[in-house]
Write a protein that binds this ligand. Structure first.
Ligand code: GAL
Length: 662
């Protein structure tokens, strides 16, 4: 025992070396029709997506360690252009944007990285990852053949590549990056851009090659990816995918381990057995590189969620959940699958493949190297409901419906995708009083042993209060007016009504009618909340028609339009609009309808609280807060704050949190 203890550090180092993908300077990465080759050796690789800005740098080592323990070789991430270049030529690579630190964390764990530079990402990320300032460049059209866009795309791509080179992060420099990706699923969009689409993708390929990353580039979902770029598959199943050349390996860049959550949508779930089945089928049918999108989804912090109407949680039902906990049985079952696939690696990359049919839906695929006796087999039952038993090499194998068995020696089935033997745990989220989150020693207002939460609140003024307001005739489009500085835009107007308005006497109802492209709208009349409405992921536009109370004299009409993430997907996604487009009308007045659409409107981008940065400690300390045990729930626009504590491992941090509640 004592010897073991003494040798432990040595054993640990040996284990780490053994269990790591070694990358030395001069490491080469190439490919042939079968697989990626690292230092001339064909590899079966298992990859998983973790997007660095969707977790905190403090979480990265643990997430990556859990990925490695789960059997991954590669971590894949997009590069998020709008995080790195929020203002033109002003860059940010700090904190959650610290791409280099993220890659070095991957390197330290002995894993490879696949860097999807894009720079278009999609990813349910605001504006697909494009910085909004691109839109203001004269003559620009996104993702198609025009100089202004190509120029910006080249500048950013080069910036990232140069940064990787400077930090020695490419495999040939001893770094973890073994693959690049340029563009993202343009194949789905190309036809919408006509001839220019084709010209663009050819240009993209040349631009990428000219970066000299000395590694293979991938384009996902791009059937016409020009050589030597590898076209890869994205989807729930990719076993029937074939690359566009016999000289390229069969790669799967996005195996959707679950799905993203939308406002009001169901929490997505993809059964573990089905994910495992899809993966096993892919390797059974000649695939050699597969990536889980996502392995850890994480959180859309701040205003990064795309959409519109994508939730802040990007949990994705992934093998590691939003908070960094292992999700069982998904993580464990896939780990066992990876082990079985890795045991078959030599046969998969070098063996002759032949298939045996046992009838409809039942098949064996055998990979064997006759000279060396290496042999691996996959037995599949692709019937969705019927179980079966097959005879293979003189033995009988039971195959549940929709399952694959893996026999790394062609004799013993070490794994079946439908038979879960890993520990199953399910996490129950319980609603608890916030006080139970507070450690005993934190400050509480009462001397009572049971601590109580002290809420404070600050009212957001209704209508325009900041000095930065402006006016315009007619209704402005919201996204490009607010320029991504805020999700809020006030549209305000006032209407003078005479004493002789009949509705004042006969008590008939006056209505406000507003048409908007979305995404949500709060209406205030004379400072009082009058109604709220919102669109949905599939249809952001709506018409609001609500009864309102007006008076003789001047009436203030304050419309607060709210956006919830910019479009991130689809042809011309960058041209989607938001905000009130009209008509805006008052109905039920003495002259019938009063149309305000083309009148002069006053505008304010953002809320007062945002201007005052109430969400920051200094901003919050600069204003007066009301406090008490029960915050009011009657006023429409209020910032709520409580001071709580949270434990981060041994650290004990005091955090201030503010919310705006509408
Ligand atoms: C793909 C896209 C990803 C992500 C995914 C859905 O089409 O490439 O970025 O948006 O869909 O989560």
């Amino acid at each position: 025992m004592a010897i073991l203890r003494a040798l432990w550090p040595v054993l640990l180092v040996v284990f780490c070396l053994f269990n790591s993908n070694s990358v030395n300077a001069n490491t080469t990465v190439s490919y042939d029709g079968r697989a990626l080759l690292i230092n001339g050796q064909r590899k079966v690789l298992i990859s998983g997506s973790i997007h660095y800005p969707r977790s905190t740098p403090g979480m990265w080592p643990d997430l990556i360690a859990k990925s490695k323990a789960g059997g991954l070789d590669v971590i894949e991430t997009y590069v998020f252009w709008n995080m790195h270049e929020p203002e033109r030529r002003q860059y940010n690579f700090k904190g959650r944007n610290d791409l280099v630190r993220f890659l070095k964390t991957i390197q330290a764990a002995g894993l490879y990285a696949h860097l999807r530079i894009g720079p278009y990402a999609c990813a349910e990320w605001n504006y697909g990852g494009f910085p909004v300032w691109l839109h203001s460049i004269q003559g620009i059209q996104m993702r198609t053949d025009n100089e202004p866009f190509k120029n910006e795309m080249t500048i950013f791509t080069t910036k990232i590549v140069e940064m990787m080179k400077a930090e020695k992060l490419f495999a040939w420099q001893g770094g973890p990056i073994i693959l690049g990706q340029i563009e993202n699923e343009y194949g789905n969009q190309e036809k919408h851009y006509g001839e220019k689409g084709k010209a663009y993708i050819n240009w993209v390929a040349k631009m990428a090659e000219a970066q000299n990353i000395n590694l293979p580039w991938v384009m996902c979902q791009q059937e016409d990816a020009p050589d030597p770029i590898i076209n890869a598959c994205n989807g729930f199943y990719c076993d029937s995918f074939e690359p566009n050349s016999m000289k390229k390996p069969k790669m799967w860049t996005e195996n959707w381990s679950g799905w993203f959550l939308t406002f009001g949508g169901r929490v997505p779930h993809r059964p573990t057995e089905d994910v495992a089945f899809a993966v096993a089928r892919f390797y059974q049918r000649g695939g050699t590189f597969q990536n889980y999108y996502m392995y850890h989804g994480g959180t859309n912090f701040g205003r990064t969620a795309g959409g519109p109407f994508i939730s802040t949680s990007y949990d994705y039902d992934a093998p590691i959940d939003e908070y960094g906990y292992i999700r069982q049985p998904k993580w464990g079952h896939l780990k066992e699958l990876h082990h079985a696939i890795k045991q078959s690696e030599a046969a998969l990359v070098n063996g002759e493949m032949h298939s045996i049919s046992f009838g409809h839906d039942l098949q064996a695929t055998v990979y064997s190297v006759n000279s060396s006796g290496i042999c691996a087999a996959f037995l599949s039952n692709t019937h969705p409901r019927k179980d079966a038993t097959v005879q293979f090499n003189g033995k009988s194998y039971y195959l549940p419906a929709w399952s694959v068995s893996i026999l790394p020696d062609c004799k013993h089935a070490v794994f079946n995708t439908a038979k879960i033997s890993t520990q199953t745990s399910s996490m129950a989220m319980e609603k608890v009083g916030l006080e139970s989150l507070l450690p005993a020693e934190t400050e509480t207002s009462s001397s009572d042993t049971k601590p109580s939460i002290n809420w404070s609140w600050h009212k957001e003024p209704i209508g325009i209060r900041s000095g930065e307001n402006f006016s315009s005739n007619g209704l402005l489009e919201q996204l490009y007016t607010a320029k991504d500085k805020s999700d809020f835009l006030w549209y305000t107007n006032s209407v003078h009504l005479d004493e002789d308005e009949p509705f004042l006497k006969n008590k008939s109802q006056v209505y406000l009618h507003v048409k908007t492209r979305g995404h949500a709208l709060h209406v205030f009349i004379n400072g009082q909340f009058a109604g709220t409405q919102w669109g949905s992921y599939n249809n952001t536009s709506f018409t609001m028609h609500i009864p309102i109370t007006l008076k003789a004299g001047t009436n203030e009409i304050d419309l607060l339009s709210v956006t919830v993430g910019w479009q991130n997907y689809g042809p011309f996604f960058d041209t989607w609009e938001a905000g009130i487009n009209g008509p805006v009308m008052l109905l039920g007045l003495k002259n019938g309808t009063k149309d305000l659409t083309f009148q002069k409107w006053n505008y304010q981008i953002g809320l007062n609280g945002e201007h005052q940065r109430l969400y920051s400690k200094t901003g919050a300390n600069a204003v007066q807060w009301n406090s008490g045990t029960y915050p009011p729930n009657t006023t429409a626009l209020i910032w709520y704050r409580f001071i709580g504590s949270c434990r981060l491992s041994s650290m004990h941090q005091k955090e201030t949190m503010q919310w705006l509640w509408t």
